[in-house]
Ligand binder design. Structure first.
Ligand code: FMN
Length: 159
């Protein structure tokens, strides 16, 4: 993993961009959680995406996503991408973020970012009854549970 330090820095201070969708369906949302590690002897990134997100539907179609870590201050864009849904809006057009093609996967990458391309190797949705009561109450009152998308990291580069 090349960008661990920058990733942790952004995840703890406003988030990163999670991109998905093939040609004509590109989308970007803000993600504040996530983790990198090793699984099946491969480098992986785990993205927690609630099943209600448009991003979730797009990842079901393509089986991949990219984590894009801003290299400069993107507070405004992160706020928009974390509050509007791509179901109703092209958030690239709305924010002025520039979409470039990914190298290995069917998804856009955000210009001026550090990019981590991932192919979903496994996904599983959290089971509400198995969570501690305080977490259930704080995060899942509406039952929109996170699906943990474990993506094999297939490329990492700077744009
Ligand atoms: C700082 C921040 C962090 C967020 N982190 C996540 C996350 O880790 N997982 C998630 O499913 N949604 C997260 N969201 C919410 C989504 O970004 C938001 O619901 C977005 O509108 C979904 O867009 P979409 O419907 O186009 O996929 C976060 C929002 C903000 C503002």
């Amino acid at each position: 993993m090349k960008f661990q330090q920058q990733l942790e820095q952004c995840l703890t201070s406003g988030g990163v961009f999670l991109t998905s969708g093939g040609e004509g369906e590109r989308n970007v949302m803000t993600m504040g959680w996530g983790m990198t590690g090793v699984m099946w002897g491969k480098p992986v990134f785990l993205a927690p995406v609630r099943t209600t997100r448009h991003t979730f539907d797009l990842i079901q179609k393509t089986g991949c996503y990219a984590v894009c870590i801003p290299k400069s201050d993107r507070k405004k864009e992160l706020a928009v991408c974390g509050s509007k849904s791509g179901r109703d809006t092209d958030k690239f057009a709305l924010t002025g973020l520039k979409a470039l093609p990914c190298r290995q996967i069917d998804a856009p990458a955000v210009a001026d970012c550090l990019v981590i391309e991932c192919k979903v190797a496994y996904q599983t949705t959290l089971e509400k009854s198995a969570l501690p009561a305080d977490i259930r109450e704080r995060w899942y009152q509406k039952n929109d549970l996170h699906t943990l998308m474990i993506g094999e990291i297939v490329d990492e580069y700077e744009l």
